[in-house]
Ligand binder design. Structure first.
Ligand SMILES: Cc1cc2nc3c(=O)[nH]c(=O)nc-3n(C[C@H](O)[C@H](O)[C@H](O)COP(=O)(O)OP(=O)(O)OC[C@H]3O[C@@H](n4cnc5c(N)ncnc54)[C@H](O)[C@@H]3O)c2cc1C
Length: 497
């Protein structure tokens, strides 16, 4: 039975959904947002993030438009560099092995700056990501890796600001309300069947935007599509993204699209809970491995820790860790680089070993063959090209020579106590496969035609990410395609009377 109606129904309560809602409202539509989570767990994966957003900028003037609060001192003492469209195209192309859909990539990149400016106009504030993306060089903070901007207050701040804007714009949010299926007839989608507690009912709408995440929190789908072993991964974020949006669209004939066997997965504390913990946020991650080595249970290195900036390797190394015996690894550092470790290494909920000698450390690395570990370190230390200077802000080419598993950059000797080691397993962030959309955010069916009245954005859209992912692009994709989907849905609702 139909109990409610609106012009645009937005399914989901993360960054993509809330931007879609704001854009649809801007087109004059009445908008209703369905958030499966209760209010205190609202915000999806977006809330678990650090709020890092990749954006094209051609210098300080652009950044000042996005962040007018930059102080004089920050402007003077920071080398922000630039991040051009070409650089972004190169980065996205390289890490996705040139499989990213070219139309989607172009939209994402060319509209990144304007979309963030638009978000600013909706009350979203940004700031420079000094804590994680800049190092001090010659008295100045220097940004590296193309990731300069974060939402004020990180992911939780982003969701707060979006909700303030949603409220200010007269958009209603129904919490604890799960969309189950889409209502369709020969004219297209006209609403959704939803569940609140044990009560199922229908909501009528002129257009529906699906923005309710991937299938990362559905262990059965993970195993089915990502492959054996993925049921064992920890989920870094929300427990509510179980693939509902993808399923309900496929049920009415939407086309599956993108890298269904691929996902974003990182090194994550070995003893982290099964799903994300909002109090810890993303701090179970351990992303400073480029400055140390990683060993598995057999005491051996298994991956090039310094293949690229961490922004371009972290999202694929979770899978590599999952493939190791017993799905874990230890990251090992010596005291020379401890000051470079990101803040997430200093939280209370960390699985850590510390020792004054390598022999003592070898005994403390739970689950690792100690003799093999010592042999690995000895061989690694011999292979480091110490004549090349170490520089964390560029790919310094200080690698190893002659090792079966090389380390290409930032290779330092492990020789200065105290030594610290951190145990990680695979933390799954989000899945890459999903629905196909066109450049207007319309969901495409298996015949290649748009499904009238149905739009999508965010994690549940496939085609952008394959194999890997450039850091800060998930939020950007949600913002850019959320705005597009919302705008199109608002326009469709206006014509669909
Ligand atoms: C720990 C962590 C750190 C991250 N760090 C970053 C970062 O710094 N920068 C970056 O760009 N990306 C980051 N990401 C990735 C980023 O979070 C996602 O790519 C992005 O937030 C996805 O946005 P979304 O709106 O599509 O999905 P989400 O934000 O996950 O929102 C999905 C929403 O749908 C709701 N929902 C699910 N099913 C239903 C249903 N049936 N009915 C109604 N509602 C439903 C959920 O409750 C949720 O509100 C991180 C992710 C995690 C987990």
């Amino acid at each position: 039975m139909t109990e409610r109606s609106c012009e645009v129904l937005v399914v989901g309560g993360g960054n993509a959904a809330l931007n879609a809602a704001l854009a649809a409202r801007e087109r004059g539509a009445s908008v209703l947002v369905l958030e499966r989570a209760p209010e205190d767990e609202r915000g999806g994966n977006s809330r678990f993030t650090a709020g890092a957003i990749r954006v094209v900028y051609n210098g300080l003037d652009d950044l000042v438009q996005l962040m007018p609060d930059l102080t004089e001192e920050e402007r003077r003492n920071t080398d922000f560099g630039t991040y051009s469209q070409d650089q972004f195209f190169d980065d996205l192309g390289r890490v996705t092995q040139y499989r990213a859909n070219p139309d989607m990539a172009e939209i994402l990149i060319t509209r990144s700056f304007d979309t963030l400016l638009w978000m600013r106009s909706k009350g979203i504030r940004f700031m420079p990501m000094y804590g994680r993306q800049a190092f001090k060089v010659g008295g100045k903070m220097k940004f590296w890796g193309g990731l300069t901007v974060e939402a004020y207050g990180g992911g939780p701040g982003l969701i707060e600001m979006l909700h303030k804007s949603v409220q200010k714009n007269g958009i209603e949010v129904m919490y604890g309300t799960r969309a189950l299926s889409l209502l369709t007839d020969e004219r297209g989608v006209w609403g959704a069947r939803v569940r609140q507690g044990r009560h199922d009912f229908e909501i009528e709408a002129k257009a529906v935007v699906l923005a309710c995440g991937g299938f990362e929190s559905n262990s059965e789908w993970r195993t089915r599509y990502l492959g054996p072993g993925w049921d064992l991964a920890k989920v870094r974020g929300t427990r509510f993204n179980t693939g509902d949006g993808i399923q309900m669209a496929l049920e009415i004939g939407a086309m599956p699209y993108g890298n269904w066997s691929g996902c974003h997965a990182v090194g994550w504390d070995r003893n982290a809970p099964e799903f994300g913990d909002l109090a810890v946020g993303d701090n179970f991650q351990k992303h400073s491995y480029p400055f140390g080595i990683m060993v598995n249970a057999t005491g051996k290195r298994f991956v090039d820790e310094g293949a690229d900036f961490r922004n371009y390797t972290y999202a694929k190394y979770g899978r590599v860790i999952l493939e190791q015996p017993q799905q874990f690894a230890w990251q090992v550092f010596d005291s020379k680089v401890l000051h470079l470790l990101r803040d997430e290494y200093r939280i209370r909920q960390v699985t850590k070993a510390k020792a004054d000698t390598l022999e003592e450390l070898a005994q403390k690395l739970e689950g690792v063959d100690p003799q093999a570990f010592l042999k690995t370190v000895a061989e690694y230390n011999k292979a480091v090209q110490t004549s090349v200077p170490f520089n964390p802000t560029v790919k310094d080419g200080r690698g190893t020579s002659g090792l079966a598993v090389p380390k290409s950059n930032w290779a330092n000797l492990l020789d200065t106590p105290p030594y610290e080691a951190y145990a990680v397993t695979c933390g799954l962030t989000f899945t890459f496969g999903g629905l196909k959309i066109d450049t207007q955010g319309r969901v495409i069916d298996t015949e290649g035609e748009p499904i009238p009245g149905l739009f999508a954005a965010g994690e549940l859209v496939g085609g952008l990410f394959y194999f890997n992912y450039p850091g800060g692009t998930g939020l950007l994709a949600g913002s850019v395609f959320g705005k597009i989907a919302g705008t199109s849905a608002g326009a469709a609702a206006a014509t669909n009377t």
